[in-house]
Every structure is written in structure tokens, then in C-alpha cells.
Design a protein around this ligand. Sequence first.
Ligand code: ANZ
Ligand code: ZN
Length: 981
Amino acid sequence: MHSVIRNFAGQSRPYLKLKSAWSSSSGTPILRRLYATTQLDLPALDRKWRRVSKRSELPEEGRQLRGGTGSVAALKNHDSQSTNNHMYILSMFPYPSGNLHLGHLRVYTIADVIARFYSLQGRDVLLPMGWDAFGLPAENAAIERGIDPAVWTRDNIARMKEQLESMNAIFDWSREFATCDPEFYKHTQKIFLLLHKHGLVSQRKATVNWDPIDKTVLANEQVDSEGRSWRSGAKIEQRELEQWFFHITQFKESLLRDLKKLGEDDAWPERVLTMQKNWLGRTEGAYYEFLANTADKGIESRKLRIYTTRPETIFAAQFLALSPHSLLVQQMAQEDPALREFVERVKDLPPDTTEGYEISYLKATSPLSSLKDVPEENLKPLPVYVTPYVRGDYETGAIMGVPAHDARDFAFWKRHRPDEPLKYAVSPEPSGSISSLKDGPYLEAGFLTPITGSYCTKPSSVAAKDIVSQIKTTSNLAESNTKWKIRDWLISRQRYWGTPIPIIHCNTCGPQPVPEDQLPVTLPKVDHHWESGRPGNPLESATDWVNTSCPKCHGPAKRDTDTMDTFVDSSWYYMRFVDPNNLEAPVSEAAAKSQLPVDIYIGGVEHAILHLLYARFVYKAVMSILYPEMGKEDGHLSSPLDFSGEPFKRLITQGMVHGKTYTDPDSGRFLKPDEVDLSDPSRPKVVASGKTGTVSFEKMSKSKHNGVDPTSFIAKYGSDATRAHILFQAPVGEILNWDEDKISGVTRWLRRLYDFVQTVTKSEPKSHTGFDGKAYFGRPADEIKKMNERESAQWAADVEVWRETQNTIASVTNALEKVYPLNTMVSSLMGLTNILVENKLASDTIKREATRQLIRMMAPITPAFAEECWSILIPNSRSIFAKGECSWPVQDGSLQFLGRSYVSCAVQVNGKLRCVVDVPLKPVEIADGGDEFRNWVTEEILKSPEAQAKLVGDLDIRKATKVFPVRGGAVVNYVIPKKKE
Ligand code: ANZ
Ligand code: ZN
């Protein structure tokens, strides 16, 4: 069949290529086949529908696509909507390196699929895109090639945007911005000043890596393991410089507290929550004072202060240990030559050493002795050791040794007191029984053991608090202490390509904020600097720019020449997308309240710590100042630090994309594409040696020659197949091993479905009338019975197809809601396609309706393909995505009628009716009338008690030599030869 090619805007364009019906052999064309087969040209389909959607977008939404910044007209779409219908989906915005890679393609595909899904569900979806455009690579390119970083960045953005467009996503480009746009960084500066005003920013001295050749500050990543600059090779110096800090530590309590909320309903991955928690690093520890007594040696008895993070284990303390560097040890060493010698020998040993020296004349009494009813055995004075595994520069330089609960203490104890039994204070058993504990340390928390007297059976954490507070009250020999690992965020960089810090330094008035009406402080042009290839921060030498007047006293003053860490830009960009053209504020109250926070945030797990923590902090800090009602259910905040709002409701972390890598089995060398012969894909041959190359999947990199260019891949296979391939190959959260060969499964699927769609339409009334599955399958029992008798095969097929359709709707919707199992969405859709295509018996109505549902479900993944099929199915439709035209399918309530229902089967033996029994509807996978069917139906008949009773002896249908099913199994006639007497 030669299908008529429908085309867009009257042009004749071969979206379907004709496979040559003529093939030439010995120069003479011969007619090989009567009909040409059609072939789906996916890339052409892409181009067609991208053009269509571009055209239809413009007049309708009134979009004025201005390059770079968004338009006010586009805003109305979102801003006027009620909050709860709004859905903000965001993928982490890219750094404009100039090249889109597969990691980008993967994350944006996921985002777009989810966005299209919610849009089909009638939600008002926001899917913006922008550029994280400040940062070092642009500056390095500038230094190396003498071009302005702004120009380099703009070029890259243009290139990447073009590449991005080929993936056919519904990004709202009207909101596009780059963080290096002055319109954007004006507000980055405003945020800086807002935080400054509220005491959340300050300047203080800090140590930085200084490159004395390039005269510049380096990030830690730019210093190699030998302490040399990655660029100049100079030995890095540590310098004390004035640096700007954001006081993230002030928000540490709420940053920790609110992780709980993010953990509900798996909104954020457990792994990310744990990393954030560890980064914040809250530990509740305590100081204990032990009493060191000495008989002789003339050292007065004195207090020994130790630090512990497991205060409840004090009951199991079996020794004290001091650092060789501690003051007490230094003092004692003067009187004790053996100790002096030991200290000299061991003081620089590594921290895993078990070397130790017992100070035999020193014994320590535990502060537990100040408590009543402490079991006697805990009050024996403890031996005191000196050992280098106790550091002199950490806390008090002294510890209590708990061999039963600490691995280092255990190793030490085993060496020095091998015969003394361990004392356990904590047990995994709620009863506190230690019977399950072997002769080794138990490192976890648990329940206190009987040796702890009245604390027995208490959980570790509770006991820890109680013991410390009890000792504190009775003797003041304990003090609780909470520590945090998180430090203030150093945001200043001695770099050009970043947001200038909006501060003016005046010798008289000190640092002054740049007045609001002078924002943004824009970066000066310093082309001469790039051209001259000079190192260092060009802002310092831009004298016209640096020299200014003090906003307060108007005397001569200088601008701050630092710029902000690019993490500052990405800590708030998601706020800007909901209000990209606001000149006054980073984001207006109305936009913030109706559209923030982000509903679904998608990105790489490499940002699990810093970016997400900074963004959470900046959101809390800025919103608690600007719109505090957003951070408390009842709208009242007792302190800004209590703000409970979070910027990202759900976080989806996608896995990496690994590339197919070929290695020479002899040398282990990575092979370039032209060094491998892939003519037999199952056996990659090393060209040079003829041996079979080793195949593995590795992180993509230039050195492994395993990179894949997404744009050329899309050009070859079309964006639809590429998108489906990406999703199909791995669950969203896991590593995706990119194997080009595997896309053939996807393209075959699309082709097959496309052919099927065309056969379905042929038999078709063209109007799109609603189909009511519940009424169709839930019709009265006697009618169903009649259907079964007349057309049981067709009815059974209808039931099967519709049941699969309904189940697919449920599983696909679920996969889209959960996001991580999107790979199963593709397989469900492929499964339904198979059932539809292979089912020859279903009625036209059901085939048509099921196909419509299937195409609607495919729309988020394969938008152009779905558009094309939809336009064939519903020729007068505007677009499968047009609001009101087509919504996301929901189950129609027919499933209750689609359980494998039974049909009555009249069983005849040798032409005579013997019984009528119920048998299930024939599953579609069993072909009608074949041997498989005969065996199946015989087994089903014999499951009925009536058949079992009647069909015995001569009537045993298992002995039949011939079986004739009639009307799809409504009647089955068995021929059983009579036994000869
Ligand atoms: C008793 C104990 C029992 C400990 C137990 C641990 C487990 P962080 O988390 O790194 O702060 N410690 C204290 N000061 C030390 C020093 N100067 N040099 C070496 N180790 C020192 O570690 C705190 C824990 O490290 C403290 O808690 C202490 O050992 C040890 F089952 O005290 B612990
Ligand atoms: Zn001044």
C-alpha cells in the first residue's frame, strides 16, 4: 500500500521515504513487489513538528521571543493561574561550555517528559532554561586566546541552545537568562546587599592559595597533589587575605531540621539527605574531667580534661590516653627520661600506630565516682598512657580509652593489656544483655548494659545526655558540647568573570554598600588585559572602574575587586525564573507565593552537597527577610532563622551516562574509533592485530575515545527515538550504558506502531467521538453471553486488549509520577503495542480506541511521532498537546468487567452433547484453533467438577484423536475412537 503523504503547509515533503519498489538486476528493472513498503523517517518528522509547534506558539501565546531575556507577555500565562494548578519543573541549568553532552541530554529529556506529562494532565507547567554562565573556563579561554569572556560565553550559549533545540523540549525560552546578564546579576548583588544588611555577610581574613607567578588566588581543585599551580606550576603559597563570607552557619539548625521534611514520601533521595546531614555534621559530645593522682614524682594531682562523642561509654572506659604533644606530657617528660625518650621516638608516627607508654605512677579517677549508686567496678582508678594516636592539635589532646566501643582503642588495648577482658557499656539488645557480643568492639549505638547501674536498658542517645547532665549537677566534672562541621561560606574570588561584589571601600568610612540606584555594578571591559595575556585579576588594574567615590562621605574610594563564587548565582536562579523581568526585586511577592518552591528539581548527584545546601540556605535567608509568611504554616516567624520553607519540594537525581569503550586486549590501551573494526558488532576487532577488543562502559572522556555527540545522534535517529532510547536503557537514577546498537529496538517499535496506526484508521469513522469502556464492557450479562456465543473470539480479544490498555494507563502514569522507573514506562508502551499489533481479532472500535490511548501515552516521550500519529488518527485535530484537545488518559472504570471472565462451553463427544461447563476467555497469546488451543481448552474443561464426573472411561476426552473447536471454543467436539471388544 502506498500511503498518501500528508504534509504541512502544502509542501510536498517525503516524511515517508519510499523504499524502492524497483530494484535493478543486470541493468533491467524488474518489479519485485507490487506494493512499496513505507519507511518512517523520524528525523524528518522531528523537523516537521518542531516547525509546526513553533508557528502555533507565536500567535497564540503572544510570545515575543527576544534573544536572551524573557518577555512580559509570556508571563501572563503562568502568573494569572491559581497556585495549586501550577507545576514548576526544573532541571539544573547548564554551564555553557559550548557542547551539549549526553548527561545534559539525559537530564533534560527526563525533565521534558515529566513536564509534558503534567501539561497533558492539565497542569500549568513551567519548564524554564537558562545558563550558569560565570566561572573559570571562560576566563581561562580569555587568557589563552585573548577573547573577552563575555563573547566566548555568548557564542557558547548560542551554540548550545541550537543543540538543545534539537531535542524537542518544551522549554519556555521566553524566560531564558544567563547569570552573566547584568539584568540578572543586578539582583545577585541585591541579594548580597540584603544579606549584608541583615548581618548574614561579613568580611574577614582567611587563608587562600596564592600563585606567586600568575599573581592570583586558586581554588583547591587547581592545586595539584604536590602543592603546585595547575597552570603556572608555581609552588603555591598560603596567604591571609580579606575575604567575604556568607553566614550559612546561622541557618544550620533549620538546614538540619528541615531535612526531615524532605525525607517524607521519598521527596529527596535518602543518599542526598545523608550527605547533607554529614556536611552539616552536628555532633553532640561532652568534656569529662578525670582526676589524675600520683603518689610520688612530685606532680600534684590535677584534672585531666578529655573530649568524647560517646559520653555514655564512660562506664566502659578502661584507660586514659594523652597525646605526646600535650602540655602535661611535656612537663612530665622533663622529670622522666624514659618518657622523654618515648616521646622523641614516637611523636611523628602515623595516627594508626598502637605505640604506647604507660605512666605507671599516674592513675585516673573517673568523674562517675561523683555519682551515687554507680557499680563499684567502674570506680577503679584507670591506667594512663601516652600514645601518638591521640592528636595534640585536636580538642583537649586527651581521651578516655574505650576498647569495647572504639576500634583504635581496641587495637591499642589488645597490644598493651591482652589479658584484660573488655567492658561493654552498650549492647545491641534492648535488654542490655551482652551475651551476643563477641570479643571485639561494638561500634554502634544501642542500649546500656547492666554495668551502668540505673542506666541499664536506656538507649545510647538518651543515656548520653542524662549521664552528662547528672555528672554536671553533682560535681561539675562534665560539660556537654555540640559541634558542627559546617563552616561559613567563603564567597569571594579574586577573579574577573563573576558577579562583582557591590561594596565600595572608603578609608574614612570603611566598606560601604553600593546604593540601590547604582546597581548593577557592571564588569568593566578589559580587552587590553586579555590581549596582553597578563595574569592576575584584571579588575585590580581597571583603574577607571576601581576608583570611585564613597557613597557616604563622597571622598575618593575604591571598589571591591572580588567577584562572587558562581555557586551564589546558582543558589537563587530558580527564584528568578518565576519572575525573570522584574526590575525592582529578585522576585516579586506574587510570583514567589504563587510559583515557588520548585515542584520537581532534576539534576546530577554531584550537586548533592554544595549547590543544594547553598540554595537551601539562600532561599531560607532571602525569603525569611522578604516574604517570611512563606516559611511557616501560620505565617508567623519568631525568628528568620526559623524559616521552614524549602526551595525544592522534590529532588530527582539522575545517574551518569557511560560510553562504550574499546580496549586493546594486549596493551590495555583505549582504542580510537578507527582502530576498531565493527563490521561484526558482536565481535569488535582490533584493526592492528585482528584480535577481539575488550568492551566496557566507562565515564565518557576524550582519553577513552568513548564520547558521543548528542546532536549528531539526534540527527541520525531523530529526537523521538533518542529520547525513548535514553529512558529505556536504564532507570533514571542509575548509570546508563550508552550503546548505539540498542536503539534499533526503539526504532523498530516506532515503525511498527506507525504502520499499525495507518491500518487502524482505514476502517474508521473520522470523528473523535468519546468511547465509554465501562458501558461497552459492562453491558448486561445476557448481552455479554450473546456476544460470547456469536463472536467469542472477537469479544475475548477486545477484553484482552482493553484490559492491557487500562493496566498500561495505570503503570505508565505511576512511572511518570515516581520518575525513577521511567524505563518501565517505555517497556509498558512497547508491550501494549505488541498486543495491539499482534491481535488480529479485536474489533475495529477497540483497536482504534486502544491506539488512541497508546499514542496519547507516548506523547511525552516521543512528541513528534505522537503528533504525526495523532494527526492520522484524528485528522482535524490541532495538536495532541493542545489544551482541551487531548488530555492524559485515565482508567475508565471498565477493569472490573475485564477480569478473565468465563464463557460457557458445550462439550460434545462423538457429536453428542455431554455437558456444558464454564471456561475462561481464551488468552490472546494462544492462537485460535491450533494444537495449543486444543490442549488448553481440554485442560480448562477438565478443571470443572461436572466434566470430571461425566467425562470418564469411554468419554475421557484426553483420549480423543481429533478435537474440533467451534466458534472460538463455544462448542468443542471430541472424537474418541470406540474400543474394539
Ligand atoms: C570515647 C569514645 C568511645 C570515643 C567510643 C569514640 C567512640 P570526632 O568525631 O572526630 O570529633 N578523640 C577525641 N580527641 C581526640 C584527639 N585529640 N585525638 C584522637 N582522638 C580523639 O571524634 C571524637 C572522638 O575521637 C572522641 O570520642 C574520642 O574518642 C576521640 F565508643 O571518646 B571518643
Ligand atoms: Zn567615606
